[in-house]
Write a protein that binds this ligand. Structure first.
Ligand code: H2U
Ligand code: ZN
Length: 351
């Protein structure tokens, strides 16, 4: 290794995430090290379109005895095991001692079934069906944001991400407070706007389009990049490329259609990467309803854990837990790999 000129493909360095204000350590020289550790199991068996033992399938009974309707599209219900509740306001939490602070919280949680078809993930749904999922997210956002400051729409996919059921579904947790990640992004975007009179993520999208090296796909209104500051190996950021859009509710029809197309491409390309139903945690971030929203740009984060194959995942442990996030593969290498993949789902190709 020559140390005379800095080469980000070879030399360890740190990159700043302007959305959180946190740094990530990049160690590209480590990407080739051998792996003798844990392997994830892959699911290969084909699931039936309806599973009588699945609590999310249409017409089935959930754990609490309630029956799902025979839904034909998307279906939303209140999570039977909510992490957030609406407590009576008489139950007040008080923090008199600075080392033992507590704050009362109000909120609710919902489950969103993306399709009645138990056998399919979002990657296997049509663009029209994905558009229906986007519409459902928008409806939920409209409803919940009247009462709650932060509406976290997310999907945990795959058992390695803690998902308990393969039925295509996501969750929504709405809270009367700004959670940590939201709070950091709120602050960072506001500071950027104050300093530059520009929208951080709109500037970023335009800059990435020019540089091209981290762009995975471009659609009419959207861009998918492996962000410069990515921490997970194949992490992506989905963001509008033409104008400031505070939240999913503010999309015009053509922006919503373009989003469905770009998400379909991303889901398929992720599955094709290791020819497996690709696990990830993804979620939407947008303007908290009570805040002025000329600085927020709506965006989705995809955080997939897989590193080298369907069975080798990245562990965020040790240095990552105790010091700072770290990655081996560079964001540019990951983007290049994702870009090179077919947009035909591998299950259709082998037919
Ligand atoms: P995950 O598999 O992504 O955790 O989502 C399943 C959610 O569904 C989970 O949050 C809820 C769990 O609380 N659930 C119900 O609300 N009712 C049930 O009958 C089973 C699971
Ligand atoms: Zn099911």
């Amino acid at each position: 290794m020559t140390l005379t000129t800095f080469n980000p493909e070879e030399h360890p360095h740190r990159r700043l995430n302007p959305l959180t204000g946190e740094w990530v350590l990049v160690s590209p020289h480590r990407a080739k090290r051998p792996w003798q550790g844990a392997l994830e199991t892959t699911q290969t068996e084909k699931r039936p379109p309806h599973d009588p033992s699945c609590y999310l399938c249409a017409g089935n009974t959930r754990v609490n005895g309630e029956q799902n309707p025979k839904y034909t599209n998307t279906y939303v219900f209140d999570n039977d095991f909510r992490a957030l509740l609406n407590l009576p306001s008489s139950l007040e939490a008080s923090s008199e001692q600075s080392l033992f602070q507590v704050a009362q919280v109000q909120g609710t949680c919902r489950v969103v079934c993306f399709s009645p078809d138990h056998s399919k993930s979002l990657a296997e749904l049509s663009t029209e069906e994905i558009q229906q999922v986007i519409h459902t997210w928008q409806e939920e956002l409209k409803d919940l944001s009247q009462k709650y400051q932060w509406v976290q729409i997310f999907e945990n996919k795959g058992s390695s991400m803690g998902c308990s059921n393969p039925h295509p579904h996501g969750q929504i947790w709405a809270s009367d407070f700004l959670p940590n990640e939201a709070s950091k992004e709120d602050l960072q975007q506001a500071h950027y706007y104050q300093k530059h009179q520009k929208v951080l993520l709109l500037e970023y999208a335009q800059e990435e389009l020019q540089r091209a090296e981290r762009v995975v796909f471009e659609e009419e209104h959207w861009l998918v990049v492996v962000p410069y500051w990515a921490t997970w190996p194949y992490e992506t950021l989905v963001l509008p490329k033409k104008r400031q859009i505070p939240h999913l509710n503010d999309l015009e029809v053509d922006e919503q259609e373009s989003l469905a197309r770009v998400l379909k491409q991303l889901y398929v390309c992720y599955d094709n990467l290791f020819e497996t139903s690709f696990p990830y945690s993804m979620g939407w971030h947008g303007s908290p309803w009570a805040k002025a929203n000329n600085v927020w740009q709506v965006h989705a984060h995809f955080y997939p854990p897989l590193l080298r194959s369907a069975t080798v995942k990245k562990f965020m442990v040790g240095f990552e837990m105790l010091a700072e996030s770290q990655r081996d593969l560079t964001a540019e290498q990951a983007a290049q790999r994702l870009r090179s993949l077919s947009l035909v789902h591998y299950s259709e190709r082998s037919l």
